[in-house]
Structures are given as C-alpha cells and as structure tokens.
Design a protein around this ligand. Structure first.
Ligand code: GLY
Length: 366
C-alpha cells in the first residue's frame, strides 16, 4: 500500500492507494468510525462498488447506511444539498461521525460540502471512483455545489479524514472519462515536473490501455504532487495552489461555450486549455514553440483535444474572453492566468491583457 500524508496540522490525513483496496476498506474505516454507523453516499451507477464496500464494512463490524443519488452534475445543486442534509439528519448523523463519499467528483464535492455545514461540520471519507477524482478532486478539501450563476460558486474548504484510492475500480470507467481524468495527470508534469511529463509521454498510452503498474505510478505521483501543493497553500492564498488551475481559465471558457454539457467533459476542456495556455505563452514569447508543440502532440496522441478545433469550438476570441470575465478568479477587473516559461515551469501571471488573449484565440485554427 502507498500512503501519502497530506500535512495540514490538525487537519492532516492520509491518502492510501492500493489495488483491491475497496474490498479491504472496512479495516481502515473501522478505527475512525468506532462503534458508530457510517452513511455511504454514492450514485446509482456504482452499485457493484457499493456492494464491495458494504461487504468490507460489515466484515469489520461497521454498520452502513447507503444513500443513492442520481448520477451526473445536476446532483451538485441546492435542492440535492437540502435533500441530502435532511436525509443525513434523519439518520441521526453526529458531529464526530463519518460520511463516506463513494463516487467521482460530483459525489465528492457534494458530500464534502454537506459535511462542511452539517452540524457546523462533521467528518467525511473520500473513496474516489474516477481517475479525475483519484488524482485531483478527492484530495485537498475543495468542496462545492453549482449555482445559477455558475459552477462551484458555493462551497467551502473542508478536508476529508481519509482518502482511499483503489486503482482497480477504474476498470469499469468509460474510456472517454478515463482519458479526461488523464488530462489532470499530465497537468502535474506541466506545472513543475518536466521529468513526469516525459514519463507521461512514454507511458500515457499504456496507462489508458489498462496497464495496472502505469496507473498505480501515475496516481501515486499525482497525489504526492497535489499533497505537496495543498500542504504549502491549503486555501489558495499564496499562489502555489493556483498552479493547479493550469488550463482551467481557457478550459472554463470552452466549457461555458459548450454549456457545461458532455459535448466537452471537464478534463477534455482542461486538456485543450493547457494546450492553449502553452500556445499563448509561446505566442507571447514566454516559452519555446517546441514546448507548446510537444504539449499539444502528447495530448493529441492520447486522444485528448489539443486546441479549439479539436474541442469543436468555433466561437470568436471575444466571445470566449467574455466567458472568462465570469470566471470566479476575476479580481479587481483582471484575471490571473497560469502561463509557462517551459514544460514544468508554470507560473501565475496577473498582468495578462484580455484583448491579447482574444486576438490570440482569433488566430487559432477552427
Ligand atoms: N483542483 C484544483 C485544486 O484542488 O486546487
């Protein structure tokens, strides 16, 4: 088992990673639960994983109450927040109890937020079942629901008590979702680890084809990177955690343009966004053209969009920049961008001129 600590003082916790871990999760959860029952919040696509987890909890003497929600982004809503809060209260969940989030980013974000506010905060355990949730959203304590005005606009920082990652559960993940999650793996290389990007170039295709060892390596490496960054800047105040937003500002505009539908999954938008961030950096003379080309080539080689054309975006640069102006990172009329001086050399730039971004986007192939 790989154990990666997230060091945050009295909010510290471990991320435990091992193939087959779901079937052994009960032994790790029992010491936290004590003699109390746990609620498991999951979605209706995850019946087999729920059965495995319940059997393991039962073996360890932990009573479990499943709460099964509809799958999909629509569950990150005010109405589901209210419904889930009422359900947990009716089950008698206490402040020291643990609620388990078994699912992808939607379940993790929703359960994280509910447990941040339930009785002014109770515990939760992340058991992520998608690659994106395993390498990014389950670690670090960002929780949220969506509001009418946009995605993830209502939320809280609330760290889990434990994260349990079983790479074997990825075997049932649709290939498109796996690929979308892989974009976040590549992100860690592009941020500050050129050696890991080179590893992705060599092993990414094998990982996506099902190579268990490549998956385990990528998950452990990504989680270690995320733990390091979150440990340095839990609440995104110094700029370090903001590095995790590489590709997200361009990507957010593409997601907004496609109505946040499955025309473009979040990870696909991040992939195209990272390619655009590097291309823009090259365009502005900040990074070598060869680096931007290498990023686009790898994303394209694994079947991820490497720019506007591959993401199916025909909108003008001005229309895309208009979406960016609604980004929740807008501050004092400017939008901080993650740009690059090279592969593994991402930095936060608060001086980007949005007119230059629109002009750059207008020059991108459609
Ligand atoms: N997914 C970005 C962050 O956790 O900060």
């Amino acid at each position: 088992m790989t154990v990666i600590p997230v060091s945050l003082g009295d909010r510290s916790y471990d991320v435990r990673i091992a193939p087959g871990l779901l079937a052994r999760a009960g032994d790790l959860i029992a010491p936290l639960a004590g003699k109390r029952p746990v609620a498991i919040v999951t979605d209706s696509n995850l019946g087999p994983h729920l059965a495995t987890l319940r059997a393991s909890l039962a073996q360890s003497g932990v009573a479990a109450e499943p709460i099964i929600l509809p799958p999909g982004e629509a569950s990150k809503s005010w109405s589901m927040l209210e419904q889930l809060t009422d359900t947990l209260l009716s089950l008698g969940v206490e402040r020291d109890d643990h609620v388990i989030a078994l699912g992808g980013g939607v379940i993790g974000d929703l359960v994280g937020f509910v447990t941040a506010i339930l009785k002014r905060g109770c515990n939760f355990i992340q058991v992520p079942t998608t690659l994106l949730a395993q390498v990014d959203s389950s670690v670090g304590g960002k929780t949220a629901i969506n509001a009418r005005a946009g995605k993830n606009l209502v939320g809280a920082f609330h760290q889990p008590a434990l994260v349990l990652i079983d790479p074997d559960v990825l075997a049932t993940l649709p290939p498109r979702e796996l690929r979308a999650g892989y974009a976040e793996v590549v992100k860690y290389g592009l941020i500050d680890d050129a050696g890991f990007f080179a590893w992705c170039e060599a092993q990414g295709a094998a990982l996506l084809a099902g190579d268990a060892s490549a998956r385990a390596t990528a998950i452990a490496h990504s989680v270690a990177a995320k733990a390091r960054i979150v440990g340095a800047d839990e609440r995104e105040t110094t700029g370090t955690r903001a590095l995790l937003n590489l590709g997200h500002t361009f990507g957010h505009a593409l997601e907004a343009e496609t109505g946040f539908t499955d025309r473009l999954l979040h990870g696909e938008a991040v992939a195209a966004g990272m390619a655009l961030a590097f291309a823009f950096s090259a365009d502005q003379g900040l990074c070598a053209d060869e680096d931007a080309a290498r990023v686009a080539a790898h994303l394209s080689a694994v079947g991820l969009p490497d720019g506007l054309a591959a993401a199916g975006i025909t909108a003008s640069g001005e229309a895309l920049v208009a979406h960016m102006r609604h980004d929740k990172k807008m501050a004092g009329g400017t939008l901080p961008f993650l740009l690059a001086r090279g592969i593994g050399r991402t930095y936060l730039d608060k001086t980007v001129d949005l007119a230059a971004v629109a002009d750059f986007l207008n020059r991108q192939p459609r």
